[in-house]
Design a protein around this ligand. Structure first.
Ligand code: 13P
Length: 260
């Protein structure tokens, strides 16, 4: 198994960010559900705002669409006004949580230590963590991508047991490509995803049954997703803007299905 790229089902994860009231979410999901086939090979995830979770769970019951959150706090409970725990998410039937998104790192000053604690909290509640990593425009210019990715990946995994890695997905999201219409060069994205798999293997001394799943995110849409998903080390995509358009998002899902 060493050094092999294991082909797995493609993961299409939408990140709605701070968009859609419950009413808007309901309209979206009522349109999306009939567009998504019952038996999909791909893993479809929608990471919705906290307030839309209950509704999203209800609207997607019996479908292939899994619901995720976009953040959680690392403490179990207590005086942390405004925060949401991993247990609260779990109790609503949430299966995934995005952690360490660059918008959280930038606007909410989350550092690698905080993100690591959040990953542990999520895993403790049996949530699957989608951990985002990626360089800034300046770091890219200074050819520091690998260095940044290495430090973010290894920090996120501090103290995480090998057996829990199956519940972690890394999303390579170069910060300069998010919401800008500038996608990373697909070959570079392929290499960075390969590098993430290698970092994890090295950290765990190659004792992994299979590679860790890696997604690419940053200006992915229905036009470019096929090229991205065709790269052997890219197991799926984390999609922001294009996940807000129900026709485009379902087209992306169909493209992912056709690749299998
Ligand atoms: P865009 O697809 O809008 O560039 O956003 C990517 C992203 O941040 C997903 O988490």
């Amino acid at each position: 198994m060493h050094g092999e790229v294991v082909s797995r089902k493609k993961i299409i994860a939408g990140n709605w960010k701070m968009n859609f009231t419950s009413q808007e979410a309901e309209v979206f999901l009522k349109k999306l559900v009939p567009l998504v086939k019952a038996n999909m090979n791909s893993e479809i995830i929608l990471c919705v705002p906290f307030v839309d979770i209950e509704l999203a769970k209800r609207e997607t019951t019996g479908t292939n669409i899994k619901i995720g959150a976009q953040n959680c706090y690392f403490e179990k409970s207590g005086a942390f006004t405004g925060e949401i725990s991993a247990e609260m998410l779990r109790s609503l039937g949430v299966e995934y949580v995005i952690l360490g998104h660059s918008e959280r790192r930038t606007y909410f000053l989350e550092n690698d230590k905080i993100i690591n604690k959040k990953v542990k909290a999520a895993l403790d509640e049996n949530l699957k963590a989608i951990v985002c990593v990626g360089e800034t425009a300046q770091q890219k210019e200074w050819l520091e991508t690998n260095e940044v990715v290495f430090s973010q990946v290894s920090a996120a995994l501090q103290g995480i047991k090998a057996e829990d890695l199956k519940n972690i997905i890394f999303a390579y999201e170069p910060m300069w490509s998010i919401g800008t219409g500038k996608t990373a060069n697909f070959e570079i994205a392929r290499r960075v995803c390969a590098y993430i798999k290698k970092i994890v293997k090295n950290l765990y001394e190659e004792q992994l049954p299979s590679d860790i799943a890696t997604l690419y995110g940053g200006s992915v849409n229905a036009k470019n997703v096929k090229q991205i998903l065709s790269k052997d080390t890219i197991d799926g995509s984390l999609i922001g803007g294009a996940s807000l358009d129900v026709e485009e998002f379902s087209e992306i899902i169909n493209i992912a299905e056709a690749i299998l």
